[in-house]
Design a protein around this ligand. Sequence first.
Ligand code: 5GP
Ligand code: 5GP
Ligand code: 5GP
Length: 219
Amino acid sequence: VLTVAKDFDFFYFVQQWPGSYCDSRRGCCFPKTGKPAEDFSIHGLWPNYVDGTYPSNCDSSNPFDDSKVSNMESELQEQWPTLACPSGDGLKFWRHEWEKHGTCAESVFDERGYFEAALSLKKKANLLNALEKAGIRPVDGKFHTIGQIKDAITKSVGYEPFIECNVDSSGNHQLYQVYQCVDASASNFIKCPIYPHGRPCGDKVEFPSFSSISSRDEL
Ligand code: 5GP
Ligand code: 5GP
Ligand code: 5GP
């Protein structure tokens, strides 16, 4: 039989918790446009294969073009802020995500469509609300089991997410990124065909506040 290789099988939609990105040894720098709201923010929408491997940097002839997202920049600044140092306006982060991941799904969307799809998935997931409904709020010094966190999201979204943790300066594990699986049309959440290999959480996980965080350049 002749089989035709597919571009990819499904997507990981990955959001980060800014409180945990910042509350690490490296710290963070707020974007030039100001401190983001206390909410999850988008990391990326990543095409993946069901065997766990993934394509990357698929089309150097289609580099990121600012002008294609110019009338959605304020929404991207809110929903997809950059927290890396030094402070940026977001364009570098969006460029990286489009070129590394977005260009591997050009059969589904163009550059503008890539960012629109991610914004729409973030609204659908409404992770902060899912956790809030289960009484899980961003509070320093309060711990949850990984099961409580996953159950809250599963109940609200319908499918089990993958949770990645990082470690704060006191050695506590904290909720860092949430991976959700999305069908090949980039519109619906699905049951994950395979979970990513992330850093383990342990069973005592903090969901730290972001409101108490300062930018590294203010310290
Ligand atoms: P890390 O090594 O920090 O987990 O991942 C570094 C980068 O590699 C991610 O930001 C992402 O661009 C890419 N990456 C890591 N794991 C996966 C994966 O399972 N699927 C895809 N598509 N990309 C990944
Ligand atoms: P990935 O890990 O997706 O391949 O790469 C993420 C890249 O974007 C890294 O070079 C990282 O420094 C940069 N970056 C800029 N802002 C952010 C941010 O807020 N979160 C993450 N995870 N990476 C960011
Ligand atoms: P179990 O398969 O019993 O749920 O979990 C086995 C181990 O994997 C436990 O140590 C648990 O903390 C960890 N674990 C379970 N689910 C996740 C997850 O979504 N992300 C990460 N990073 N670790 C997990």
